[in-house]
Ligand binder design. Structure first.
Ligand code: PBG
Length: 326
């Protein structure tokens, strides 16, 4: 008799037993915005539930993350002053440097501290490097990025994450760190980073929208797949320890392709616009927030990410605790 193919059916215990994607909280990274000033916890209008913290109010947030089981953060700095060269990015008393020292002092090695390395929050024109005319000048920018990465590590960063997309920046940063005795400090590169409308709320949060033009000369065209693979392979060759795909939601094919191809961990960044979309939809009662968070997270992991950066890190951790995902 010809058997009819059948699918596995069963109760919740069985469904959990045979889950193909297993995740846990240690893979979560939470992005934190730090700004100058005191006693500040300022809500970001386009990202309800997300805040800019002054250094003194940072420990409360970090404590709550730790309690939820989220042990890794990535810092984004919002300086008071910007200039043409973005000198605040590598200043000894820069905002990220201060945040790192404070977090290290309060939490020792209990928190893993990552920093975003880029110039756009620090330049008066909002581009990711120094300009030559209206174009970002690649090689002079490498010097500034390397200086920034080194100053972050000297202030206590466990890992640096260049997000600028200049050519050769992973190698430049690797050489700079090695030359100063930080050969063991890993680099997570924003390798496959598309020019994306999903970054809108972030630029509002960090005040980093370009004052003219766009980032399309150094971020990738979202039509391109092979270009993404090339970027990932180049960064691996230059010495990246983790490669990231960003955004996550509309780019899960790229997460999968890169994860299949490279021998190092792949991170996915669920960016500000993904967060804002869920928040807005939920507020209007159009969607169920928790289920969206769960599916977006598992989508990224299922696609091959082993590190997941999300503004929903605490919520995701709670869903894992509750066994809804995990
Ligand atoms: C800095 C940087 C950006 C993001 C991370 N690092 C903004 C950009 O490239 O315009 C976006 C993160 C997010 O949207 O959550 N270059």
């Amino acid at each position: 008799m010809i058997q009819r193919p059948r699918r596995l059916r069963g109760n919740a215990v069985l469904r959990k037993m045979v889950r193909e994607t297993r995740v846990d909280k240690s893979s979560l990274v939470y992005p934190v915005f730090v700004r100058e000033g005191e006693h500040i916890r300022e809500e970001i209008s386009t990202m309800p539930g997300q805040y800019r913290y002054s250094v003194d109010s940072l420990p409360y947030k970090l404590e709550s993350l730790k309690k939820a089981g989220v042990d890794s953060v990535i810092f984004f700095g919002i300086p008071d002053k910007k200039d043409e060269e973005g000198s605040g990015a590598y200043a000894e008393d820069g905002i990220v440097q201060k945040a790192l020292r404070e977090a290290r002092k309060q939490f020792g090695t209990e928190l893993y501290l990552i920093t975003d390395v880029c110039m756009c929050e620090y330049t008066s024109h909002g581009h990711c490097g120094v300009l030559c005319g209206h174009e970002v000048d690649n090689d002079p920018t490498l010097r500034l990025l390397s200086k920034t990465a080194l100053s972050h590590v000297q202030a206590g960063a466990d890992m640096v994450a260049p997000s600028d997309m200049m050519d050769g920046r992973v190698l430049a940063i690797r050489n700079e760190l090695d030359a100063h005795g930080f050969a063991n400090t890993p680099i997570m590169s924003y390798a496959v980073k598309y020019a994306s409308g999903f970054y809108g709320p972030f630029r509002d949060a960090a005040g980093s929208a370009p004052s003219f033009g766009d980032r399309k000369s150094y971020q990738m065209d979202f039509h391109n797949r092979k270009e993404g693979i090339k970027e990932a392979l180049m960064d691996v060759e230059e010495g990246a320890d983790i490669v990231m795909v960003k955004p996550a939601l509309a780019y899960q094919d790229m997460i999968r392709e890169v994860a299949d191809l490279v021998e190092i961990p792949v991170a996915a960044y669920s960016v500000s616009g993904e967060y804002a979309m869920v928040k807005a939809g939920a507020k209007l009662g159009f969607i169920e927030e928790e289920r969206m968070i769960a599916e977006m997270a598992i989508g990224a992991y299922r696609a091959g990410a082993s590190v997941y950066l999300t503004y929903f890190a605490e919520e995701t951790a709670r869903l894992m605790d509750a066994g809804i995902i995990g």
